[in-house]
Design a protein around this ligand. Structure first.
Ligand SMILES: [Zn+2]
Length: 280
């Protein structure tokens, strides 16, 4: 089964009455069947995103082969996306391995340079039917080791977003509208007015990063206000590690390791199903 790019997956999602797609970070291969179980049980398409660190840990090709295999056996339309990558060579590696979507993150650069690099990535990706996400503004928190301090958060402006989309034709744009990466205690405050104005000005699918720290009510509002891709990363990791800490603590060294992981995987499935339920 072929992997879907973001635009193709969004069409499937809309046809099944979803307003947005959750894009879920896979942290280890053991979590993968748990993702597919959630998608199958909710009759949802599935978007799996991989940090460059995880891709290097597991191998790009192993990820593509595993995801393709499960997409086929579970009959789930699936998109495999490279999350936050500011290195064009790694993006090419991912595309060559068979990823169907990539994010070029030039949000730390000046706007002009971000535009030039995003266009370079789009030129490479379009030839292979791969979708491209870019980012404008600085989202707080840390992702894959690179931290943005609270005082360095810059919200995306309507004017910048419009210019960026006009000059790049990017498939989806990550915006900084109040969410924070890695937040799992407390809740973010989304700037819904800013979001509505950016949606109106760009007419392009917008991406909300830091979905773990968003309340259910805020999430529904954001999705109604133009967000079409919601990144959820931290929550699966928190649930998985939390359960494993309990099961490993209680277990014996000659128990099958499977016994320790099943409750962790079930918790991950639960997170995905709850989030997916908010996108209807
Ligand atoms: Zn992010």
């Amino acid at each position: 089964m072929k992997l879907y790019n973001f635009n193709e997956l969004l069409s499937v999602a809309k046809a099944r009455d979803f307003k947005a797609i959750g894009s879920f970070n896979l942290h280890c291969l053991e979590m993968l069947p748990a993702f597919f179980k959630a998608a199958r049980d909710t009759h949802s398409p599935l978007m799996i995103q991989i940090s460059t660190g995880t891709a290097e840990y597991l191998g790009y090709k192993l990820l593509v082969d595993s995801v393709r295999s499960l997409a086929e056996s579970e009959q789930v339309p699936t998109c495999l996306h490279l999350d936050h990558c500011s290195d064009i060579a790694s993006i090419v590696t991912a595309i060559d391995a068979g990823f169907s979507s990539v994010m070029y993150d030039g949000s730390h650069l000046e706007m002009d340079e971000n535009i030039v690099n995003t266009r370079k990535v789009i030129d490479i990706a379009r030839q292979r039917n791969v979708s491209v996400e870019a980012e404008l503004g600085a989202i707080g928190g840390s992702e894959d080791g690179k931290a943005v301090a609270e005082e360095d958060i810059t919200f995306t402006t309507v004017e910048d977003a419009k210019r960026f989309v006009d000059e790049t034709g990017v498939d989806m744009l990550a915006v900084s509208v109040g969410t924070v990466h890695g937040m799992y205690t407390g809740k973010a405050h989304i700037q819904h007015q800013r979001l509505a104005e950016i949606t109106e000005a760009t007419q392009t699918p917008l991406v909300l990063h830091g979905g773990t720290g968003v309340s259910d009510e805020d999430m529904r509002r954001a999705v109604a206000g133009g967000i079409e891709k919601v990144n959820v990363g931290t929550e699966m990791n928190v649930q998985w590690v939390g359960r494993c800490m309990q099961t490993f603590e209680k277990g014996k060294v000659n128990d099958s390791v499977r016994k320790f992981l099943i409750p962790a995987n079930n918790a991950v499935t639960q997170v995905l199903m709850e989030k997916i339920g908010l996108f209807k």
